[in-house]
Design a protein around this ligand. Structure first.
Ligand code: ACO
Length: 326
């Protein structure tokens, strides 16, 4: 049976680092509060003039180099993002142009922090049906442009970055074993960004009551996130007749160290088998799992035949899990 395999990983983090100490100068917070409540110590911030498509393109180039593929080989480019360059065209189209991947069709996926998992599922279907042979899947975000830098409840959490994978079919039992996705749209008011759209037409964006920034009820998000991440992880393991003991590496969406630890504990995966980089990159939304996967891969933490469990939760609400035999 053909399975979808990752043949290359890449990531890109902007050069500029914003530490918790830097944030102390911007909002009423402290390094101690942020580190204790979130585990985050610093995050990367895109430079002026550096856009989501630029981050995505760089991460993609690195993944393509590892996979040994060139732009003309790519059939499909998917970018998971909620902070694309524009409302439209899709950031994936801008990446296609940057790479000169002229054969590729391209579109974005909007599933917030679960976007990379949603992208894996979509890519898997294209690859299994044979309608795309080489897929470039990128998670990329520039959240620094949509957070309110006077709101200490949100601006401390997010960072900018991009991660990418090249996906191809391979024979044998290695590759993505299954992917399980969920959504609950009734919870959207707990986490969203209004932006511009049919509820906020172009001619009303300056009107009173319009808030262009990320809106979040952190406490509520926290509770649902842990439960959903665990449920999805257990679902993926059960679907493959596995249990926590089979997992070699858990790569969760990097939202917050407390969420990661609570999830690992409930899933019964020991912390040494959990990939954590939230301390250095913060919450990079759809880019988070892709960046963590690339870092783990390049650090030699992912070996052939390892079982990898990926899980994510985000705005929508959306959540899910994917299981790989590497
Ligand atoms: N610095 C100092 N104090 C702060 C800060 C800050 N940056 N932010 C909030 N506080 C204060 C609050 O004002 C409040 O003060 P009060 O008691 O005087 O009213 C106090 O700290 C406690 O606030 P809570 O919101 O209850 O703090 P909590 O322990 O819930 O931590 C946090 C807040 C970190 C946002 C947490 O709720 C969380 O991580 N939630 C998950 C949100 C998340 O990860 N969102 C990302 C998108 S979804 C995803 O990726 C999974």
């Amino acid at each position: 049976m053909k399975r979808m395999c990752v043949t290359g990983t890449g990531s890109y983090l902007p050069e500029k680092i914003l530490t918790n100490k830097d944030l102390e100068k911007i909002v009423d917070t402290s390094d101690e509060w942020i580190a204790t409540r979130t585990g985050i110590r610093e995050r990367h911030i895109a430079a002026e003039g550096e856009h989501t498509s630029d981050l995505a393109t760089e991460a993609a180039r690195r993944a393509m180099t590892m996979a040994g593929v060139v732009a003309e080989d790519i059939d499909l480019i998917i970018v998971a993002t909620v902070t694309g360059d524009f409302n439209w065209p899709a950031t994936a189209c801008l990446v296609q142009a940057n790479l000169q991947a002229t054969r590729a069709f391209a579109f974005d996926i909007s599933a917030a922090c679960s976007g990379f998992l949603y992208g894996l599922s979509v890519a898997d279907n294209y690859i299994k049906t044979g309608s795309a042979k080489k897929v470039l899947l990128i998670g990329a975000e520039v959240f620094s442009r949509i957070v309110d830098w006077t709101d200490r409840g949100t601006c401390i959490l997010f960072g900018d970055g991009a991660g990418a994978v090249v996906l191809e079919a391979s024979d044998g039992d290695r590759g993505m074993l299954s992917c399980h996705l969920h959504a609950d749209g009734s919870c959207w008011p707990l986490l969203y960004q209004m932006g511009q759209g049919s509820r906020n037409p172009a001619d009303s964006s300056a009107s009173e009551g319009h808030n262009p920034f990320v809106q979040m009820q952190g406490n509520e998000v926290f509770k649902v996130a842990v439960r959903s991440l665990c449920d999805a992880g257990e679902e993926a393991l059960a679907a493959n007749d596995m249990n926590a003991g089979d997992v070699d590496l858990l790569i969760p969406h990097q939202a917050n160290r407390r969420i990661l630890e609570a999830t690992a504990k409930r899933l019964k995966v020991p912390l040494e088998k959990v990939m954590v980089n939230v301390d250095r990159v913060g919450n990079t939304s759809a880019a988070s799992i892709a960046i963590a996967l690339d870092e783990a891969h390049r650090a030699g933490r992912v070996k052939q035949d390892d079982i990898l469990l990926l899980n994510a939760f985000g705005g929508g609400f959306t959540w899910g899990a994917a299981l790989f035999r590497w």
